[in-house]
Design a protein around this ligand. Structure first.
Ligand SMILES: [Zn+2]
Length: 337
């Protein structure tokens, strides 16, 4: 694009419309980020209409905007970044010290592509932030529960105070269950936005509930999450399939070599056969993805086809599934430690 200045900004929550610049390119370098109010600026107009182009005389049109004067701007074009619900997230703009040439359709198309990609990325980041916040809230509530349960030991059996505390604990249990379910729904939607196919290991979580990590896996509610994920995926037309869980952490996703059992403290997959090196969970997730794609493409029976359509394809989301499940276990492990 033959334009001197370019920048991307995000909307801020403030009574007066305000944005924060995330990156500003001034022709030869990036300049430090700053914030500004939208009133009286061409950017303000972008939020009203979605797309604004001023091929020349932008300073005369917006005399209150001192920044235009400082930049010696003559022309301006800007496009709003919106999320999938049409809400304004920010905008991308370009300014030049010369008038725009007549043919600025190309610049317009490029800006539209950038805005669409930036919108998807900002939306993803916001969703991740919301998920993390809810996680913190869940942790706090779980800690509160532990405290109350500890207090229960000191209360005399049959006493009024014990009865009251018991009621409080049961209300807290209900709240934790609600928060967790809500979190599972949010996580499921978040994963379904990122890919068109999701592959899961066919793990029987009931056996996990009896094993070494029983408390952790019951706390995280893996079984409930998988049920919710399948339902959400079906609603959103995302393909979900379960694949054989055996040896996913022992096989090299790159060459198929059997590397043998890894102890839990070994966090890296390092293939002696082909030299492929990555995090062990990423490697295991790649094995799951490869199996899902292979079984699907070959038309073999996959154990679950939640949406009922024979969609195929592989996107990074299956790695996220494994990663998220890992995060859940780490989170729970942290809280019980
Ligand atoms: Zn290998």
């Amino acid at each position: 694009m033959q334009i001197k200045y370019g920048f991307i900004a995000e909307c801020l929550d403030s009574p007066q419309p305000q944005v924060r610049v995330l990156a500003f390119w001034s022709g030869d370098k990036f300049i430090p980020n700053f914030q500004y109010y939208l009133d009286g600026t061409p950017c303000g107009a972008v939020y009203q209409t979605g797309l604004e182009i001023y091929p020349h005389s932008v300073q005369q049109l917006f005399p209150e905007d001192r920044d235009l004067l400082t930049l010696e701007a003559e022309s301006y074009l800007g496009i709003a970044i919106v999320d999938s619900h049409g809400k304004n997230l920010g905008h991308i703009a370009g300014l030049d010290t010369k008038p725009l040439t007549n043919n600025y359709e190309q610049q317009k198309s490029i800006l539209k592509i950038f805005a669409a990609r930036a919108g998807a990325e900002i939306e993803r980041q916001l969703a991740e932030k919301a998920l993390k916040q809810q996680n913190i809230y869940l942790q706090e509530t779980l800690e509160k529960l532990i405290l109350l349960q500890r207090r229960l030991k000191n209360k005399k059996k049959g006493s009024k105070n014990r009865h009251k505390l018991n009621q409080k604990i049961s209300r807290l249990h209900q709240r934790i269950s609600d928060i967790r379910k809500d979190w599972h729904f949010k996580l499921a939607h978040h994963l379904c936005v990122q890919g068109q196919s999701i592959f899961l290991e066919d793990i029987d979580f009931r056996s996990w509930g009896r094993g070494m990590l029983s408390k952790h896996s019951l706390d995280a509610g893996f079984g409930q999450f998988v049920t919710i994920l399948k339902w959400v995926a079906w609603k959103r037309d995302v393909f979900v399939a379960e694949v054989d869980k055996n040896f996913t952490s022992q096989i090299c996703p790159n060459c198929g070599f059997h590397t043998g059992k890894k102890t839990l403290d070994l966090r890296e997959h390092n293939c002696p056969e082909c030299g492929y090196k990555t995090h062990r969970d990423v490697a295991a997730a790649q094995v799951v993805r490869n199996r899902g794609v292979k079984e699907n493409a070959l038309g073999h029976s996959v154990l679950e086809n939640a949406c009922g359509d024979g969609l195929t394809g592989a996107l990074p989301s299956q790695e996220s599934v494994k990663q998220e499940i890992l995060n859940v276990s780490l989170r729970i492990a942290h809280y019980t430690a």
